[in-house]
Design a binder for this molecule. Structure first.
Ligand SMILES: NC(=O)c1ccc[n+]([C@@H]2O[C@H](COP(=O)([O-])OP(=O)(O)OC[C@H]3O[C@@H](n4cnc5c(N)ncnc54)[C@H](OP(=O)(O)O)[C@@H]3O)[C@@H](O)[C@H]2O)c1
Length: 136
């Protein structure tokens, strides 16, 4: 299949990221991944371009997003680190704006609430439960 979309994935060494990378390749998309530690990659495919870097670093995001038209952010908060999701998402959205990339897909936990959510009652209860359990 001819590749028409190049997808940038943040968090490709993680569970969600490697699953989505595999599905993207199966669907004929090109995949570029930002990885902090390439040796942690357990899903290998010669078609994946890996960029070594940290999502807190805007220059790494610029390198990753160069030539891409879709971004999937599967960043997962490392245990014991300061909360990073907002900082990383801001970096990604800023570089997307610079490059004119319009499609962003964020993968997050169920406890996150954002404007425009359309969660069912069950999801709202589960979300509250996760929020209480993960509170420090
Ligand atoms: N797995 C599930 O079943 C599931 C279900 C629902 C929602 N989610 C949500 O999906 C997201 C990802 O979950 P996951 O289970 O895939 O997490 P995970 O396996 O812990 O993977 C997290 C990924 O984030 C990367 N990362 C962490 N800090 C980074 C940084 N500073 N720069 C670049 N990359 C960084 C990690 O890279 P390193 O390898 O370098 O640490 C890793 O690739 C989370 O928001 C989670 O709440 C997951």
């Amino acid at each position: 299949m001819k590749t028409t979309h190049q997808i940038a994935i943040i968090g490709g060494t993680g569970r969600a990221g490697r699953y989505l990378a595999q599905k993207a390749l199966e669907s004929g998309y090109g995949v570029r991944m930002l990885v902090r530690n390439p040796e942690k990659l357990i899903y290998h495919d010669d078609r994946i371009q890996t960029i070594t870097g940290d999502a807190r670093d805007v220059s790494s995001i610029r390198t990753l997003l160069d030539g891409c038209n879709v971004v999937i952010n599967t960043f997962g908060q490392p245990v014991k680190a300061l909360p990073l999701y907002s900082e990383i998402t801001s970096n990604v959205l800023a570089v997307m704006s610079e490059y004119g990339i319009r499609r962003y897909i964020g993968v997050t936990g169920g406890s996150l609430n954002v404007d425009g959510d359309r969660k069912s009652l069950v999801n709202r209860v589960a979300s509250k439960f996760f929020e209480i359990c993960s509170a420090k």
